[in-house]
Design a protein around this ligand. Sequence first.
Ligand code: HEM
Length: 448
Amino acid sequence: PPATVARHKISDPAIAHRALVENADAFSNRPRARLHVALAGRRDGKRIEDLNSVAHGPYWRALRCNLTAETLHPSRLGGLVPLQREAVQGLVAALSSAPRGSREEVTEVHQHLYGAVFSVVARLCFGHAVDEAHVRAMRRVIQNFQLAIGQVKPFSAKGSVMDKIVEWRRLRRLFAINVGLKELLLPHIAARRMAVQSPRPHDEGGRRPYVDSLFDLRVPNEGAAGRRALRDDEMVNLITEFLGAGTGTVVACMEWALAHIVDKPGVQEKLRGEVDDGEVSRVVAGMPYLHAVVLETLRMHPPLPVIPRHVHADAVGVLVGGMSMPPPAGDFYVNFSVGDMGRDSKIWSEPHEFRPERFLAGGDGDGVGPLPGPKQIRMMPFGAGHRFCPGVGMAMVNVKCFLAALMREFEWALPIGTGAVDLTEMDSFFKVMKKPLSARVTRRRKSI
Ligand code: HEM
């Protein structure tokens, strides 16, 4: 984005509510990420949007309605259970046989979690027929892509010549990964297109893969009447977004939750009391303490701690009283600081303490859910307003399902000889653990 656009920070949840919920129309565009500007420049300005980057309007609405109605609708989440069950089995096997370090710890917890969640998301996207080797290949490229985007720091344009050279190199790496992604995904899109057109399509157990919905989708035809089908390059972007957004955030949340669980054995004990007598599918319905653990994790460590908006000058009045700088004359950007809201001592008692009980009856988070209610914002890890995260339902179900299984199957403890988990945060594409979680992961005798 042009360096001249003023960027404001809003940490006050009342003002965030006034803007994102009460004046949602005026606060429904995101700044264009440098990645998208740069990629469009390489394609003669041809648009390469995904749902996250596209401007609020009819094209966005078509993409969003399709995703929420066809793939992420709450009524379809039950269809995830077989995919989750298979992924849980793989995860339990992988963690059971993972090599241990000198302090008897598993060092690559994150990678194992990523593999398991990705396999659910990839099959939800492409259907069950996509084989394990291809899922692994996609996962590698998507992970590299997110890593590379995190390094480009989409909003930094300042710095010395050296900084710019470094950044340009990173952008080039990103372009190269982007090309690789396209080469990898296009054959899968083509294969799936053939499969759905065949007289006997593969049985998906009642689920409809995300790509299938993209084949049927018709979007407004820019500058012309009527609607048109999606182009292949648009599908590649939407699929990349689906695979990336659906995995990285969920894994970040799970890793933070496990970090606190390892840090506080009491939390693990309470969780176990709840999950030991449960069936995986019951996780969706009633496990209040597990639900509280996930909310507490998202309060303290929202994977996306900043929610940016591009705002027209005439909406500046909405933010009066909350601006960190004098009101701008022209259009401006606002960063709503989800991270600050989650740790605001005016809203939360002892905000730096991991205390899931606060979300149970009588606690200071009693009644607070993953999305803000219509009246006020206490925390907003999934955003707010028109652009709130459409994956909230699937994310909560996946995090809870995997955590429940990990509690039921394993004992989680600090590596031998260490006193505490290092909970320092680091900015990457998502807010992640600076020192990835290592833990002693011992198989429990009692099993599902
Ligand atoms: C713990 C997990 C997740 C967290 C914390 C999270 C968080 C967020 C946040 C903060 C936003 C921006 C909201 C705003 O601007 O108001 C967002 C947008 C989005 N998320 Fe998620 N997300 C998660 C999981 C998912 C999943 C599972 C999917 C789908 C597969 C997904 C797909 C999206 C998409 C497509 C957008 C852009 C929506 C739009 O602009 O209309 N997310 N997410």
